[in-house]
Design a protein around this ligand. Structure first.
Ligand code: ARG
Length: 459
């Protein structure tokens, strides 16, 4: 089969080598964008008089027919036609005859593929932002229900100090807010048109790049044709942002997996987000959370894959750049699906308040309260820390907790301790009293939630 670029070749092509060079298996995902790019290009060619209105109209009609066929799934792509661009041009030829050959005036597949990728990613970024936004709403709603739910707070995965469960959820809300900002900034650097850069050097035809960019809805045009065809940092930025997002989701998933375990029993996922075991009838596994944790690996892989492809690549276009697509598609699909799962899983997750509270009562996570109590009565904090440390050790030896020590025993150690200590040692009070800005006190958490609601409403 003759190649669209076959003029200077007289050797035979080999199918297996063609297959190695082809990208149609994956870049057909860009079919829609390729047609949109071509339509803008031909309109620009008519506007600038490079093509006659009549020729241009024929091409437009042909491209619109292809749009319909694509929507109806009636286009059969072939490896012989290598990639989405050459496949489309061949279809156009079948549709309208030799005039189809005029479409490629003043352009190259190099600016064409870059345009397709910018269009595709802009769409994906918008969708990602919507889904993160929704997930943030879910988190705020869940947090609202759990302001006064007392949970153990951890450092080193050891009980540290009790916290409001809403505070824990809102920590993820804050991370997701920054993720959303990062993807929004990513749009600014994706909303730029490479169209008209041609192969690498621009063109002698009197094209109007700004007109074409407006047709495509791009805010700007690339200022340098070499940069336009070889820049992939807008994709690297997407993959980096996606990696950070997945890192956040994987931390949350790891916690959910722990919380679902028999040892914790802090939460229960609905059956929809769990699976059973083929051998152990009692099992209810948090598979979806595990999968998101696992899929984080492939997103990191996509980032490192493209960083490595780009490393040391000379200007301008090189075929290596064809390797930019699969990772981008894979990451887009992975994060969109992961965000849907996260929103559903958290919205329907049952929180076992009693169990959480109980686990803050049979521990020493109120030790800081006792030390702070002594410090607030004038004892240097270091000295208070020492006294409480010794008390904790005694309690462990005697098999009880700080709240079980009799007042007389406390007073034998220091008269600074009075009856009100027991209230202070209570986990609920310990959380409630943490009024410092951004702390876990109920007032602080409520403020945080209020602010989040306002932010969500206005963005
Ligand atoms: N399929 C190619 C890619 O994805 C399109 C650009 C080809 N350009 C070229 N000069 N061979 O990168």
């Amino acid at each position: 089969m003759a190649k669209l670029w076959g003029g200077r070749f007289d050797g035979k092509n080999e199918e297996w080598i063609d297959a190695f060079g082809a990208s149609i298996a994956f870049d057909q995902k860009l079919a829609k964008h390729d047609l949109i790019g071509s339509l803008a290009h031909v309109k620009m060619l008519i506007k600038t008089g490079i093509l006659s209105a009549e020729e241009g109209q024929t091409i437009i009609q042909g491209l619109e027919q292809l749009q319909q066929k694509l929507a109806a799934n009636a286009l059969t792509f072939t490896v012989q036609n290598e990639d989405i661009h050459l496949n489309m041009e061949t279809f156009l030829h079948e549709e309208i005859g030799p005039v189809a050959g005029k479409l490629h005036t003043a352009r190259s597949r190099n600016d064409q593929v870059a345009t397709d990728m910018h269009l595709y990613l802009k769409e994906v970024l918008t969708e990602v932002i919507e889904k993160i936004h929704h997930f943030r709403e879910v988190l705020v709603e869940k947090a609202q229900e759990h302001i006064e739910t007392i949970a153990p707070g951890y450092t080193h995965l050891q009980h540290a100090q009790p916290i409001s469960f809403a505070h824990h959820l809102m920590a993820y809300y804050q991370m997701l807010t920054r993720d959303e900002q990062r993807f929004s900034e990513n749009i600014q650097r994706t909303d730029i048109s490479p169209q008209g850069a041609a192969a690498l050097a621009g063109t002698t035809f009197p094209i109007d790049r700004v007109f074409a960019a407006k047709e495509l809805g791009f805010a700007q045009v690339y200022q340098n044709s070499l940069d336009a065809v070889s820049d992939r940092d807008f994709i690297l930025e997407f993959l980096s942002n996606a990696s950070i997002l997945m890192m956040h989701l994987s931390r949350f998933c790891e916690e959910i997996i722990l919380w679902c375990s028999h040892e914790y029993q802090f939460v229960e996922l609905t059956d929809t987000f769990s699976t059973g075991s083929s051998i152990m009838p009692q099992k209810k596994n948090p598979d979806m959370a595990e999968l998101i944790r696992g899929k984080t690996g492939r997103v990191y892989g996509d980032l490192f894959g493209l960083l490595t492809v780009m490393k040391g690549l000379p200007l301008a276009y090189n075929k290596d750049l064809q390797e930019d697509k699969e990772g981008m598609f894979d990451t887009a699909e992975t994060i969109l699906a992961s965000l849907d799962i996260m929103s559903g899983m958290i919205a329907t997750m049952k929180v076992n308040k009693d169990r959480m509270l109980e686990s803050t009562q049979k521990d020493f996570s109120n030790a800081t309260e006792l030390a702070d109590y002594l410090a607030s009565k004038g004892l240097p904090f270091r000295q208070a820390h020492e006294i409480v440390g010794k008390l904790v050790l005694q309690c462990i030896q005697n098999g009880h907790y700080l709240q079980d020590i009799a007042l007389s025993d406390y007073q034998a150690i220091t008269p600074l301790i009075e009856e009100d200590i027991y209230e202070k040692l209570d986990a609920y009070t310990a959380v409630k009293r943490r009024h410092s800005l951004g702390g876990t006190g109920f007032d602080q958490v409520s403020n945080q939630i209020e602010l989040a609601k306002q932010t969500l409403k206005h963005s």
